[in-house]
Write a protein that binds this ligand. Structure first.
Ligand code: HEC
Ligand code: HEC
Ligand code: HEC
Ligand code: HEC
Ligand code: HEC
Ligand code: HEC
Ligand code: HEC
Ligand code: HEC
Ligand code: HEC
Ligand code: HEC
Ligand code: HEC
Ligand code: HEC
Length: 265
């Protein structure tokens, strides 16, 4: 026999044999577990994913995470880090404490959390550090409790300063993360200041002078405890000699809230 023919025959034999082996292999193999099978034995996880699987439902199937199964594999639970890497948030310990992998955005918040929140929100803590208050000493979820994104009302924990104040008014003067920084808008109504300053409020209500029309915050601008000079608005309206002799406007006009009604006297 020619050398080439021998090689040809051996090759042919090899192909036939391997074909036979392949056929036999398929015929006697274990049936393969597919994604459609899971629900036959596991009711809870497919239901949870159906309800709120989010991206884990849209972009993955069970086997992307659970590659194998018992008894072939003893542990088919994936690590989150297989797919989530490269941000501060993904460096946290024990992801399952907050996330159920089958409903990943139904986050449960337990214990006292701050460092965890800071992996995504930094502004609020920066405000707190820059303007210390008792609020800054609390965990974030002391106020933002139970569910992610919940915003509490101040009046859950505090009484308003007066009966005619409501939750909607608190933010006129306070910011949650720096509650001692007392800044207010130039639209703040007098009645809100009256909660603590009854006398100036009553005097201004009663005065017959043109200051009656002015608001507290027009004079006490922007920031709590700002005190204006009369001359900020009026300059020095009288003859120079008068102002030299009586440098304090109040010596004739009394106080801003209770001007002597000189023009009608
Ligand atoms: C024929 C029933 C059956 C099918 C089909 C089935 N499982 Fe299981 N699975 C079980 C049983 C029983 C256990 C519990 C094993 C134990 O506790 O020893 C289990 C355990 C698990 C576990 C827990 C991890 C472990 O090793 O204990 C995961 C994850 C799991 N199955 C995922 C799946 C996925 C994904 C599918 C579909 C691809 C699937 N199973 C299909 C019966 C099944
Ligand atoms: C994003 C990855 C991911 C997907 C997708 C996923 N799982 Fe899981 N699964 C996990 C992780 C992680 C655990 C471990 C949870 C734990 O320990 O609390 C788990 C646990 C399980 C368990 C064990 C019981 C339990 O709750 O601890 C079963 C059974 C299971 N998954 C079935 C499924 C089935 C069925 C599907 C598809 C419908 C599926 N999983 C989809 C990640 C996933
Ligand atoms: C097999 C890959 C894989 C594994 C394992 C995995 N994830 Fe995901 N996860 C994804 C993909 C893909 C997305 C969608 C794209 C993205 O947000 O990165 C996603 C999205 C998410 C989301 C946002 C969901 C949404 O609907 O927007 C959360 C939360 C999440 N994963 C948490 C986890 C946690 C916690 C674990 C571990 C228990 C985990 N993942 C394991 C692939 C995975
Ligand atoms: C202290 C609770 C907590 C822990 C621990 C935690 N997460 Fe989160 N995670 C959250 C919150 C809250 C969100 C925001 C959810 C939203 O946007 O509704 C989130 C969002 C996500 C998202 C979607 C947004 C994004 O960044 O893509 C992914 C993915 C994610 N987490 C993965 C993980 C992984 C992986 C771990 C563990 C390394 C982990 N998480 C640990 C609370 C936690
Ligand atoms: C993985 C990133 C991530 C983590 C961790 C995270 N958040 Fe968020 N958070 C977000 C995103 C993104 C939004 C914006 C969601 C939106 O606009 O609907 C948000 C929104 C919020 C909001 C505002 C909701 C609103 O109505 O304006 C609050 C409050 C909040 N988070 C508090 C927290 C607290 C407290 C923690 C820690 C327990 C935390 N977050 C952890 C990503 C995160
Ligand atoms: C004393 C209660 C309290 C604490 C503690 C607190 N917050 Fe807030 N947070 C609020 C209130 C109230 C709002 C609503 C803000 C408003 O009315 O302007 C808010 C708003 C937010 C918002 C929405 C966006 C914004 O800035 O208005 C985010 C995000 C947020 N807080 C994150 C955090 C984080 C992160 C921490 C911890 C570092 C934290 N908060 C601590 C009460 C609190
Ligand atoms: C979950 C409860 C809670 C919420 C919500 C809350 N606070 Fe507080 N706040 C406290 C506690 C507790 C203290 C400390 C009281 C003490 O020690 O006397 C405090 C202290 C303060 C202080 C004094 C701070 C200091 O350092 O002396 C101010 C001002 C204040 N809160 C305003 C607000 C305003 C305004 C809101 C809404 C934007 C708000 N709080 C929301 C619980 C809360
Ligand atoms: C018109 C401005 C203004 C409004 C509106 C306002 N506050 Fe205040 N609040 C102040 C000022 C000013 C102080 C500081 C008083 C001091 O120095 O003793 C203060 C102090 C506080 C304190 C700490 C001292 C105390 O009384 O316990 C709390 C708590 C507080 N406010 C809660 C609230 C809440 C809740 C609301 C909304 C219902 C609110 N404030 C609305 C101006 C305001
Ligand atoms: C929660 C109570 C409270 C509210 C509301 C409040 N104040 Fe005050 N205010 C005080 C306290 C307390 C002082 C300090 C009194 C002292 O030092 O004798 C003060 C002081 C002042 C002072 C004087 C500062 C000084 O150096 O003598 C001015 C001006 C003032 N407040 C204006 C206002 C204005 C305007 C409003 C409304 C936008 C307002 N306050 C709302 C409690 C409050
Ligand atoms: C924020 C600006 C402002 C400040 C500060 C201010 N005033 Fe006035 N004042 C006014 C305005 C506006 C009028 C009304 C002018 C008009 O309508 O012609 C007025 C009117 C007056 C009048 C005339 C009253 C009348 O009924 O005819 C007197 C007097 C007066 N101011 C004195 C003072 C004195 C004294 C002080 C300081 C203790 C003072 N003002 C602080 C804005 C101010
Ligand atoms: C026209 C400007 C003007 C208006 C309007 C005004 N104030 Fe004043 N306020 C002053 C001036 C100026 C002083 C400094 C003392 C003085 O010269 O009268 C002062 C002083 C104060 C003081 C500290 C001393 C004191 O008298 O208790 C408080 C508190 C105060 N004002 C609160 C208020 C409140 C609350 C309102 C609104 C109801 C108000 N003021 C309206 C100009 C004004
Ligand atoms: C010696 C007493 C006296 C002193 C000091 C004084 N005033 Fe007068 N002022 C008066 C009298 C009297 C009137 C009424 C004149 C009139 O009605 O024609 C008046 C009127 C005014 C008026 C309203 C009429 C106008 O000119 O617009 C303003 C505003 C005023 N004074 C501001 C001030 C200011 C600001 C100071 C301090 C810088 C001051 N006054 C100091 C006595 C005084």
């Amino acid at each position: 026999m020619q050398k080439q023919s021998v090689i040809f025959l051996i090759t042919l034999l090899g192909m036939v044999l391997s074909g036979l082996l392949l056929t036999a292999g398929t015929a006697f193999a274990q049936p393969t577990l597919t994604v459609d099978d899971c629900i036959k034995c596991h009711e809870k996880q497919p239901r949870e994913i159906e309800e709120a699987g989010g991206a884990h439902k849209e972009q993955l199937n069970c086997q992307d995470c659970h590659a194998d199964h018992r008894p072939a594999s003893k542990n088919n639970i994936p690590q989150c880090s297989m797919c989530h890497e490269g941000s501060a948030h993904y460096e946290l310990k024990n992801c399952l404490r907050c996330h159920n992998p089958h409903q990943p955005l139904r986050v449960v918040l337990t214990g006292e959390l701050k460092a965890e929140c800071l992996t995504c929100h930094t502004d609020q803590n920066e405000q707190m550090l820059a303007n210390p208050s008792k609020h800054a000493t609390f965990a974030c979820n002391f106020c933002h409790a139970d569910k992610h994104g919940v915003i509490p009302e101040c009046v859950q924990c505090h009484e308003p300063h007066s009966d005619n104040m409501t939750q909607a008014d608190c933010s006129t003067c306070h910011q949650a993360h720096q509650p001692l920084v007392l800044e207010y808008a130039d639209t703040t109504p007098n009645i809100l200041c009256a909660a603590c300053h009854e006398q100036p409020y009553n005097q201004l209500m009663d005065t017959k002078t043109k200051h009656h029309e002015r608001t507290c915050v027009e004079c006490h601008q922007n920031k709590h405890k700002t005190i204006p000079q009369c001359s900020d608005c009026h300059g020095l309206p009288h003859a120079e000699g008068i102002h030299k002799k009586f440098p304090v406007c109040g010596s004739c006009h009394n106080t801003a809230h209770d001007l002597n009604n000189l023009s009608s006297k």
